[in-house]
Design a protein around this ligand. Structure first.
Ligand code: FMN
Length: 212
C-alpha cells in the first residue's frame, strides 16, 4: 500500500528546501537536547552495509565548537601557503561564529570486523562506509533545517594533524576516523534561500527502462 500524498510531501519537501547555509550565529532555536536527539536518531536509523552500524558522531556546542575551529585555524595556518591561508581564514572564522558542529566518524574497528567476517566484500567496505556516513549526515542536516537551524558541511579532516588533535582534545577512540564536520546555528537571513540552486537537466541524469 502506498503512503498518502501528504506523507510523501512531508518527507520530500524538506529534502528539496535543504540548502548550505553559511551565515550562522552562535545561538540555537531548539534546545541542546533536541540537537542530541536528532543526531541520535540519524545514528540509529540510517542504513549501513550488513547493518555494521559503524557511524559515530560527536556534537560540539558553544565553547567546544569554537575550540574546534581554533584547532582548524591553527592547522590550516601550518599546512597552507600564506596566500591560501589568508583566503581560507575568514571561512574558518565564519564557521567558528556558529553554534555547534557535528563531527561524523566511521569506526574502523567495526569495519575491520566486518571485513574479517566477510572476506569476499573486503574491497568494498571502505566505500560502503562512506555511502552510509553520507546518509547519516543528510538525515541530520535536513532535520536540523526543519527545526530552524542552518547548516553547512565541511571537511577539514583533509589535514591529518587536525583529525589527530580533535581525537586527542576530546579523548576519542583511536579507531574513530573523522569524515566531516556539519556546522550549524541560527541563520542570519532567517533561512531564506539567498541564492537559487541550479539543476542540471534531470532527463540527462535518470534513465528508465520498462516504464508503463
Ligand atoms: C559529499 C559532499 C561534500 C561537500 N563538501 C563541502 C565542503 O567541504 N565545504 C562546503 O562549504 N560545502 C561542501 N558541500 C556542500 C555542497 O557544496 C553543496 O551541497 C552543493 O553546492 C549544493 O548546494 P546546497 O547544499 O545549497 O543544495 C559538500 C556536499 C557534499 C554532498
Amino acid at each position: 500500500m502506498s503512503s498518502s500524498p501528504a506523507a510523501l510531501d512531508g518527507f520530500l519537501n524538506p529534502i528539496e528546501s535543504r540548502l548550505s547555509c553559511y551565515g550562522l550565529t552562535n545561538s540555537s532555536p531548539i534546545p541542546d537536547s533536541k540537537i542530541r536527539s536528532i543526531v541520535e536518531f540519524a545514528i540509529k536509523n540510517a542504513p549501513s552495509a550488513f547493518n555494521v552500524q559503524s557511524a559515530r558522531a560527536v556534537i560540539l556546542l558553544k565553547a567546544d565548537h569554537e575550540k574546534l575551529w581554533d584547532i582548524a585555524d591553527k592547522h590550516l595556518k601550518a599546512a597552507m601557503p600564506e596566500p591560501a591561508y589568508q583566503a581560507l581564514a575568514p571561512r574558518v572564522k565564519m564557521f567558528r561564529a556558529a553554534y555547534g558542529s557535528v563531527l561524523w566518524f566511521e569506526d574502523q574497528d567495526a569495519l575491520d570486523a566486518l571485513k574479517e567476517k566477510n572476506p569476499a566484500i573486503q574491497a568494498s567496505v571502505a566505500e560502503w562506509s562512506h555511502h552510509s556516513s553520507g546518509m547519516h549526515q543528510f538525515i541530520a542536516w535536513t532535520a536540523f533545517e526543519l527545526e530552524g537551524l542552518g547548516c553547512n558541511l565541511q571537511h577539514y579532516n583533509f589535514m591529518p594533524q587536525f583529525s589527530a588533535e580533535v581525537a586527542s582534545e576530546w579523548k576519542l577512540p583511536e579507531s574513530w576516523k573523522l569524515l566531516s564536520q556539519l556546522v550549524f546555528g541560527t541563520p542570519t537571513d532567517g533561512l531564506k534561500r539567498s541564492r537559487e540552486r541550479t539543476y542540471l537537466p534531470v532527463e540527462d541524469r535518470v534513465k528508465v527502462f520498462g516504464e508503463k
